[in-house]
Design a binder for this molecule. Structure first.
Ligand code: FPP
Length: 267
């Protein structure tokens, strides 16, 4: 496979530019563009979703090898129910099939799998395989793969607000005790560090109701590539771009001994 070799060489060159000490621990991805990829090729949209699965497998492998610890992917949003029933059914079936085929390997790789979102409306068969996959991998600690399905950031925030309101009205907590830490502890991502990096493919520049609370300070990388064409090379490019950013979290770059006035004069 000559083509494979060329890609490997390009990836190797890119890998050398990565600072192993600055690899993001948690990467979140909006895998966008499956439908457009398929349509461009004159294929049904389902082909795009199928190819999207193999890309996810590749990105999972690369991110783990690179030293990332958590990968969170947006596989089905609360808004995706508005798609034609045939496509929704296809996706549900695909999740089911992928889990069935891949869970043993995921487990062997010591990856913990977790589904984030309201699973209530999904068919029992899918819920069953989700719960058994989560249970099988619950003690794995080399990597965490979060798959967001029927997930919406606003819905998640409203759910937490309701829980806190109930606790407050029952006297369990005082309104004054509500703070970021308490709020955070009730999110679906409780206990997981916020993503340092969000990647969105297909050139769209929106967050689309994904991890609204958790992405507050994440770096955003938009890739023009459609998700089915995304690969190790594109992922490494995103990491290198992330490493070139100056993360200030609303503060200012370290001024060392310079005073505020000095920095004003020299800027
Ligand atoms: C967005 O592309 C993609 C989705 C809504 C589905 C993503 C699902 C996968 C990649 C499969 C993952 C499988 C598992 C088991 C997690 P789109 O359909 O919105 O594309 P478009 O914007 O071009 O129409």
């Amino acid at each position: 496979m000559i083509f494979g070799k060329i890609i490997d060489k390009k990836n190797n060159e890119l890998s050398k530019k990565i600072d192993n000490k600055k690899v993001p621990e948690h990467v979140a991805i909006i895998m966008d563009g499956n439908g457009r990829w398929a349509t461009k090729k004159g294929l049904p949209r389902s082909f795009g979703h199928n190819k999207g699965v193999s890309v996810l497998k590749e990105v999972l492998k690369v991110s783990k090898n690179l030293g990332c610890k958590v990968l969170t992917v947006y596989a089905f949003s609360t808004e995706n129910w508005t798609r034609p029933t045939k496509e929704v059914d296809y996706l549900i079936n695909l999740f089911n099939q992928v889990l069935r085929n891949e869970i043993q390997e995921i487990h062997q790789e010591l990856i913990k799998i977790k589904f984030i979102g309201d699973l209530t409306p999904f068919p029992e068969a899918l819920k069953k395989i989700i719960y058994s996959s989560e249970s099988l991998t619950k003690n794995n600690n080399s990597f965490l793969l979060n798959i967001c399905i029927n997930y919406g950031g606003r819905q998640e925030i409203v759910k937490v607000a309701k829980e806190l309101a109930l606790q407050s009205s029952s006297g369990e907590i005082k309104p004054s005790e509500v703070n970021e830490e308490l709020f955070n502890s009730k999110l679906l991502t409780q206990g997981i560090k916020d993503p340092e990096l969000l990647i969105r493919t297909s050139g769209e520049k929106r967050i689309s109701n994904f991890l609204l609370w958790q992405l507050a300070y994440s770096e955003i990388y938009i890739s023009e590539v459609l998700w089915p064409d995304f690969n190790e090379f594109e992922f490494l490019k995103a990491i290198i771009d992330y490493q070139s950013r100056n993360r200030r979290f609303g503060g200012i770059e370290s001024l060392h001994n310079e005073s505020f006035e000095d920095s004003q004069c020299s800027s």
